[in-house]
Ligand binder design. Structure first.
Ligand SMILES: [Mg+2]
Length: 223
């Protein structure tokens, strides 16, 4: 069962999420450029909001602050995605999913996005129908725990226990690799840009691809 990361693996939102987070921080705290010093790759939405707060406010946000700011973020995200000039699918993402969905139809998501943000991004990309479950940033601020949530939901959908090594995370950052390893799940890394191919290789994923075009051949060899 495949568990796909979203940002940098399936699509790029062209900075839509960062623009909305900046606006939310501006309105609430009158600080500009909250995302300027934060690199979001592989992080959960909670971690990203807290890093912005520490950088700009010198303190962490309370749970209720995070919740109310994420509510504003989620309400504005779909429109920002719709109008984002840089929004695009990653190379061969749709072709790869078309190949997999007839061979491994129960595919899931493992992303640091909170669930509603993940669904907005997949809908904008026209990819929602490939996925029937997931683990999200709204399940845990810790990536390994949201991968674990995805594994549990995948097993529940399957209707019978599945060996954990049958799950395969597909992601673009060291954090995807670390989280998969922590759960005993296999992991395929795609060198999309937020981590270099050398950085990813050093973390020893089960396979390393330049693009998703290479995944179908791996699938045929493994399953
Ligand atoms: Mg990613």
């Amino acid at each position: 069962m495949y568990l796909f990361d979203i940002d940098g693996t399936l699509l790029l939102s062209g900075g839509a999420g960062s623009r909305v987070i900046n606006r939310v921080f501006e309105r609430r705290f009158e600080v500009e450029g909250a995302m300027d010093s934060v690199s979001p790759g592989g992080k959960t939405d909670d971690m990203i909001f807290q890093e912005c707060a520490i950088a700009k406010l010198g303190r962490e946000l309370s749970r209720s602050e995070v919740d109310s700011m994420q509510e504003a973020y989620l309400s504005e995200l779909p429109e920002e995605l719709a109008s984002s000039p840089g929004f695009r699918l990653m190379p061969f993402a749709r072709e790869c999913l078309d190949f997999l969905v007839i061979r491994s139809p129960q595919m899931g998501i493992a992303t640091g996005n909170v669930e509603s943000a993940a669904k907005s991004k997949l809908a904008r990309a026209g990819l929602s129908h490939y996925f029937c479950f997931g683990g999200y940033g709204s399940d845990s601020a810790q990536r390994s725990e949201l991968v674990s949530a995805a594994v549990q939901r995948g097993s529940a959908i399957h209707g019978a226990p599945i060996a954990v090594e049958k799950f395969v995370v597909v992601g673009d950052t060291l954090r995807d690799i670390e989280a998969a390893r922590a759960c005993g799940v296999r992991v395929l890394a795609v060198a999309a840009g937020s981590c270099t191919i050398d950085e990813l290789r050093a973390a020893k994923p089960d396979a390393l691809f330049e693009t998703l075009e290479e995944l179908p051949a791996w699938h045929l060899a493994e399953f």
